[in-house]
Design a protein around this ligand. Structure first.
Ligand SMILES: Cc1ncc(C[n+]2csc(CCOP(=O)(O)OP(=O)(O)OP(=O)(O)O)c2C)c(N)n1
Ligand SMILES: [Mg+2]
Length: 232
């Protein structure tokens, strides 16, 4: 995660992308007790709003590129250059997170096959690419810290709840190790599901953008969302 604090600062140029290795899980009231038993401390409780963007043909999300503004700050989550593939990558996600505008424009333009100058503003990029908003999600997040892990318990405004264990790594050769450490913690917390769980955006699309959801599901970009994933 990047730039989620209350103070919005422009990221420094040439900030290397961090790689987020994360695993989603379904949480219950007892999850917080288990976290605290393991020595986790509640470090933050906050609310934020994400606005996601794509072109009408869904080209960005079909390429697993997730362009959003979180409380007004631009972020792009996309696959790392060299993702790790092993058994644990079936239940865990790896994303590079870009936060500098030139990088975001370069990555998105490449996916869209457009030559948009990287010194454009985001507004110029959106107009040239015909890119618009497709989802707005308000999340209440409780963040726990446990050793190198960050554990987020998210409740979205449309009745969807999901937990995430996350480790940030700076180099791709550290991904495999992060995957197995996340797996150990998931088992300790009793949340070691055997397949990927959908996140908030997948659930949002299933409920509010069925055409977009069906297209991403058919291309195996997102996992299937079932009714039991919602709590109201
Ligand atoms: C299990 C799974 N869910 C969603 C996707 C598609 N997808 C990938 S990124 C992505 C964008 C949303 O990322 P996510 O981590 O679910 O949101 P959030 O927790 O609010 O952001 P954070 O604070 O962690 O930055 C999507 C839909 C996928 N490939 N696999
Ligand atoms: Mg996440």
């Amino acid at each position: 995660m990047a730039n989620q604090g209350d103070v919005k600062t422009e990221p420094l140029p040439n900030t290397p992308p961090t790689i987020e290795v994360e695993r989603k899980f379904t949480f219950t009231d007892s999850t917080e007790d288990k976290l605290q038993e393991q020595g986790a401390s509640l470090i933050q409780q906050k609310t934020f709003t994400d606005i996601y963007y794509d072109v009408p043909q869904y080209s960005l999300t079909l390429s697993d590129h997730w362009l959003r503004q979180r409380d007004g700050v631009w972020e792009l989550k996309c696959p790392p250059e060299n993702p790790t593939t092993n058994d644990l990558s079936q239940v865990t996600c790896q994303y590079a997170e870009h936060v500098t505008i030139p990088e975001i424009i370069a990555k998105c333009s490449a996916v869209l096959g457009l030559a948009i100058p990287t010194d454009s503003s985001m507004q110029e990029f959106l107009t040239s690419a015909q890119c618009g908003q497709f989802a707005t999600i308000k999340t209440e997040r409780k963040s726990y810290s446990l050793n190198e892990f960050s554990v987020d318990l998210d409740t979205a405004d449309f009745g969807f709840r999901v937990g995430e264990i996350e480790v940030l790594v700076l180099e791709e050769n550290k991904i495999a190790d992060a995957l197995s450490r996340i797996d150990m913690l998931a088992k300790t917390l009793g949340v070691g599901e055997s397949k990927k769980l959908p996140g908030k955006l997948s659930a949002y699309l299933q409920r509010f953008r069925p055409e977009h959801y069906k297209t991403l599901l058919q291309h195996e970009i997102i996992p299937e969302v079932r009714d039991e994933h919602f709590f109201c």
